[in-house]
Design a protein around this ligand. Structure first.
Ligand code: ADE
Ligand code: ZN
Length: 324
């Protein structure tokens, strides 16, 4: 199974670049930038990665991002993730970044997107990994702040293909951002949104209807609404599911309870992704391996999950065909 999973050409569609910051690099950057850390060493930082829900994770994730200061830091972060992709036969990746996490600390937008994009370009030329960048608005902040971030981003519009919505889900429904996403669509960007991770199935409906998303990030709570499951089956609007994230954040009490296998068998376009691999204990292969063993997935099921990732991506039809 390990060999089989390794050999599958994998596409990642749900990865927060800030969530790929491994404790070792976090300590290196803290030292380089003289940022004091409330942890004595890598081991005690890793030991703090015990989460009870999404918010308990986000608090530590935003704290970790404070060590990212210079353009080179964003380059090093992204380059380390791309090397993991290379090791795991991930051939294409669509990456989120959260500009507000950085610009609100006074880091220039240009340095954030510049460092990430420079590494992605090297990923393609040196490792053969293609990619796309998705800017994500923080939903715990205001609509006004999202509009301001969009304005700041427009001079760099050639560097990203889409805009998403992440951070604290409950109490921050997609429709809070209807107007800014109408503008985003007018500008020609792809739209995605986290919905139905911890929040209700209703948020998946409003992401679809109000924001008109091309994909739902997570979406596992769709099972609470049979009409929604049927809609997702018929339309094949993809769900970018993140199994290790879901168990680490207690969305499912254990992996054997995860619904990805059932949703796959019902014909939904579910895909496998790592979300924040440095915090949740694994990249793409670890996610595939975890669901395979817990849910006893077969090789045809795993191959279908990988094909779904290709189908759900923003790659050209020509490239998709070449990978299928
Ligand atoms: N930001 C980083 N990871 C996230 C997740 N799993 N849900 C919402 N926002 C996030
Ligand atoms: Zn996410």
């Amino acid at each position: 199974m390990e060999t089989f999973i390794h050999a599958l050409p994998k596409v990642e569609l749900h990865l927060h670049i800030e969530g790929s910051l491994e404790p070792e690099l976090l300590f290196t950057l803290a030292e380089r930038n003289q940022i004091p850390l409330p942890y004595a060493d890598v081991e005690s930082l890793r030991a703090a990665y015990q989460f009870t829900n999404l918010q308990s994770f986000l608090d530590i994730y935003y704290q970790g991002a404070n060590v990212l200061i210079r353009e080179q830091d964003f380059y090093d972060l992204t380059w380390a993730y791309l090397q993991k992709c290379h090791q795991q036969n991930v051939v294409h990746t669509e990456i989120f970044f959260d500009p507000q996490t950085h610009t609100d600390r006074g880091i220039p937008f240009a340095d954030v997107i510049g460092g990430i994009s420079r590494a992605l370009a090297d990923g393609e030329s040196k490792l053969g990994i293609t990619s796309a960048l998705i800017l994500s608005f923080l939903r715990h902040l205001s609509e006004e702040a999202a509009f301001a971030t969009l304005e700041q981003a427009l001079p760099y519009r050639d560097l990203f293909v889409g805009i998403g919505l992440d951070s604290s889900e409950k109490g921050n429904p997609p429709e809070k951002f209807s107007r800014v996403f109408a503008r985003v669509r007018e500008l020609g960007f792809k739209v995605v949104a986290h919905a139905g991770e911890e929040g209700p199935a209703e948020y998946i409906w409003t992401a679809l209807n109000d924001l008109q998303v091309a994909r739902i990030d997570h979406g596992v709570r769709c099972v609470d609404d049979p009409a929604l499951v049927e809609h997702l089956r018929q339309t094949r609007v993809p769900l970018t599911v993140c199994p290790l994230s879901n168990t680490k954040l207690c969305v499912f009490s254990e992996m054997s309870e995860h619904n990805i296998g059932k949703l796959l068998d019902q014909g939904l376009c579910v895909t496998v992704n790592s979300d924040d691999p440095a915090y949740f204990g694994g990249y793409m292969e670890e996610n595939y391996l975890a669901i395979q063993s817990a849910l006893d997935l077969t090789k045809p099921q795993l191959a279908q999950l990988a094909r779904n990732g290709i189908e759900a991506s923003f790659m050209t039809e020509q490239r998709k065909q070449a990978l299928m």
